[in-house]
Design a protein around this ligand. Sequence first.
Ligand code: HAM
Length: 429
Amino acid sequence: MTAEIQPVRGMNDVLPAEIPAWQHFEAVTRGLLDSYGYEEIRVPLLEQTQLFQRAIGEHTDVVGKEMYTFTDRGGESLTLRPEATAGVVRALISNGLLRGQRHKLWCLGPMFRHEAPQAGRYRQFWQVDVEAVGFAGPDADAELIAMSARLWQRLGIAAAVSLEVNSLGTPESRRAYRAKLVEHFAGHASRLDADSRRRLAGNPLRILDSKNPDMQELIRTAPRLTEHLDTESRAHFEGLCRMLDEVGVAYRINPRLVRGLDYYTRTVFEWTTAASSAQNAVCSGGRYDGLIAQLGGEPTPAVGFAMGVERLVALVVAAARSPPAARPDVFVVVSGPRAAAAALPIVERLRSERPQLRLELNLGGGNFKAQFRRADRSGARLALIIGDDELARGVLAMKPLREESGQSECPVGSVAAGVDAALAALASR
Ligand code: HAM
């Protein structure tokens, strides 16, 4: 037997049974983003590798260990996007859309990271990415966070998530803080684990993120970033916290929240869920005031976040908030050679006359009993029977599938009106 081809590890199929929950999540999210004035943008899945190296940072796990990078046939180094912010910023620059303009943008699609797969952590995963470009004040940060809080409410998962915020200050204040941090950790070099030792030179702030229990005491006693903020960053952060208080969004200040991407300045935040023990971040983001200039655009402040769609859909499903799968309204049963020839034109005409109707025509023949079994399984409420005997009399038959009531008939020429009446009679019971 020919060997079966395996799926790529960490890359999932989203099967039809799961689609209603995904579409529900997407529809609610789209509606909300639209009501806040965000516009959709679609950017390529592939970008020049150096875009991510420059945007996300050489010393991050994402760039250092997780990117899907290859040389294409033209000899260019390309990378499957590990996140969307860099590509969206690149698109604004490439299309000349900055020029002092403000943009509120979102995009949806798969991202790729070569991480160790486990429940909730995949190598291809979907994000809804949201970016507010050209906004310097904390009001933009606060509105984004309030919008995400509103989304959890609309999805019925507000009780399952909580918010942490922090400020990383400016690059200058962070450099000064970084030096203090290196001093602290280097003073206890023998107590550092291998990961932290590696991070000490390149990205010491990430040591604060370590989950290793042996590292916790050293992290607890480390200097705190919030105590080393520059005056403006402190005012920005206080402004954000005040606005969150005013709109009633609960949060916890977590001085250890540093995020895994280098482009952040000032505000960072993360929504996490207690519902899953391991991969608990469902939505994370922050401000990146320096990124656009760093990628060659005119200096423009910006703030944004991305949501992990798989993780959020799982919460929506767990809260039993996803709608049931769509079922056909009418299943069309076909009986006899004349009917087999007449069925497709009749059903196509009905589709033209009633575009909203979900119609499933029995395809591929089968005896009457087998077709009714299919009709039952389809979940339709009504069977429309196109049979040779009925056609000879110029009529079609209709039979309710989910209740014991009798068959009715309508003239072939007025099938749309006949189906309307039969469905209306069922709906009124
Ligand atoms: P991030 O924290 O790397 O941020 O990812 C955002 C979200 O994507 C996470 O909170 C999580 O829900 C989901 N996620 C990340 N990695 C995985 C994975 N391997 N499997 C499943 N879900 C995952 C960013 O990507 C930034 N671009 C967000 C941003 C936009 N900051 C400013 N603007």
